[in-house]
Design a protein around this ligand. Structure first.
Ligand SMILES: *Cc1c(COP(=O)(O)O)cnc(C)c1O
Length: 395
């Protein structure tokens, strides 16, 4: 059997998105900026795609800027807001300690340019406290950026409340909603967001697609100079087939969301309760306020890497930490941010499931995982130490 349980890293392209892309590549090959009928046809397809994604997040089409994905959108929103702030003498930014690297590394690059950044704690449950956002806002704060849902531990943040605080204080609010959009309800108006980053390949759209929502009235500096595309703010002939595929994938994700959330969270809860039968494991992140498909555990006494390799041999694709940092020996910054000790953070496993997964696949994981953990622990000197300690305590 083969189980793909790494949907937070990327998802498989859906049939619907593929057929839209095929139409985009084969038929709608005109340049949307051309004045002839092939151009007009492409322009109409672009407009339709923009309307589709706008309505999926409660925005207006003119507030949607197509980009190459989540990382680009994060970079644009944060650097753009920093520039807007600096023009008014505001050089303070607020974010959290467990953001995606597209946000964290952008913040770090701004620190080198003289901006001051406050990294809010996310506490043991992996959730930011709105009152701490409020308390850290200053006269010179240019931007607050808090992710909608965390990609490693799946915790969902109090975005509406943080958005309301920022709106009241007159501070720009950006959210990296890459893990949320297409999976849980997101609405830019009721969430009070000013900017929101989205990526197509996390909801069965193509890789290299995404968008940035920018609320009407915010004059975000241009990202790429050139032609007049994306309201002159991001030049370059549009990736039309990709945009068409992404917009169709998102339309379907939103259409089926209720049913998917229910079915996926039932599979998640079953998997969590099965894994909790293994001794000395701990679920990372809040139990209730988490994405329907996220399962993240620490297993005492073993390395996440060896766990992954063993699962891989059984045909199960999972992840330890984030895909971007795997290969490095550094433990996940997300797990460190929620207070997990370094040694324990090394033994983490993320299973990210989705509506394409089945109950049989969950059965397969629950059958394969416990003996793997047992075998790895049998070979582990760290585990041996843990057991010795336990015996001492109980003696
Ligand atoms: C995947 C991911 C990104 C990066 O998106 P890309 O489209 O791959 O650039 C950013 N933020 C979060 C939370 C993610 O999960």
């Amino acid at each position: 059997m083969f189980v793909y349980a790494d949907n937070a890293a990327t998802t498989a392209l859906s049939e619907e998105a593929l057929s839209e892309m095929e139409r985009g590549l084969k038929e709608i090959y005109g340049n949307p900026s051309s004045l002839h009928f092939k151009g007009r046809e492409a322009e109409a397809a672009l407009k339709e795609a923009r309307e589709k994604v706008a309505s999926a997040v409660g925005a207006e089409p003119s507030e949607i800027y197509f980009t190459s994905g989540g990382s680009e959108s994060d970079n644009w929103a944060i650097k753009g807001a920093a520039k807007l702030g600096a023009a008014k003498g505001k050089r303070h930014l607020i974010t959290t300690a467990f953001e995606h690297h597209a946000v964290l590394h952008t913040m770090q690059s701004l620190e080198k340019e003289g901006f001051e950044v406050t990294y809010l704690p996310v506490h043991e449950n992996g959730i930011v406290r709105p009152e701490e956002v409020l308390n850290s806002i200053r006269e010179d704060t240019a931007l607050v950026s808090v992710m909608y849902a965390n990609n490693e531990i799946g915790t969902i943040q109090p975005i509406k409340e943080i958005g309301r605080i920022c709106r009241e204080k007159g501070v720009l609010f950006h959210t990296d909603a890459v893990q949320a959009v297409g999976h849980i309800p997101v609405d830019v108006r009721s969430d009070n967001t000013d900017m929101m980053s989205v990526s197509g390949h996390k909801f069965h759209g193509p890789k290299g697609t995404g968008f940035l929502y920018v609320r009407k009235g915010i004059r975000l500096p241009n990202l790429i100079e050139g032609g007049g595309q994306e309201q002159r703010r991001r030049a370059g002939t549009e990736n039309l087939a990709g945009i068409m595929g992404m917009s169709e994938a998102l339309r379907i994700a939103v259409r089926d969301m209720d049913e998917h959330m229910e079915r996926v969270s039932a599979m998640r809860d079953r998997l969590i309760s099965e894994i909790e039968k293994i001794p000395r494991v701990r679920l990372n992140g809040d139990r209730e306020r988490r994405l329907p498909g996220n399962i993240n555990f620490c297993f005492d006494g073993i390395e996440g890497e060896s766990l992954l390799l063993s699962l891989d041999l059984e045909g199960i694709c999972a992840s330890s930490g984030s895909a971007c940092t795997s290969g490095s020996l550094e433990p996940s910054h997300v797990l460190l941010a929620i207070g997990i000790p370094k040694e324990v953070a090394h033994g983490s496993l993320r299973l990210s499931i989705d509506a394409v997964n089945t109950d049989e696949e969950i059965d397969y994981i629950t059958e394969k995982l416990p003996p793997i953990v047992e075998r790895l622990r049998d070979m582990s000197p760290v585990w041996e130490e843990i057991i010795k300690e336990e015996r001492k305590i109980s003696a």
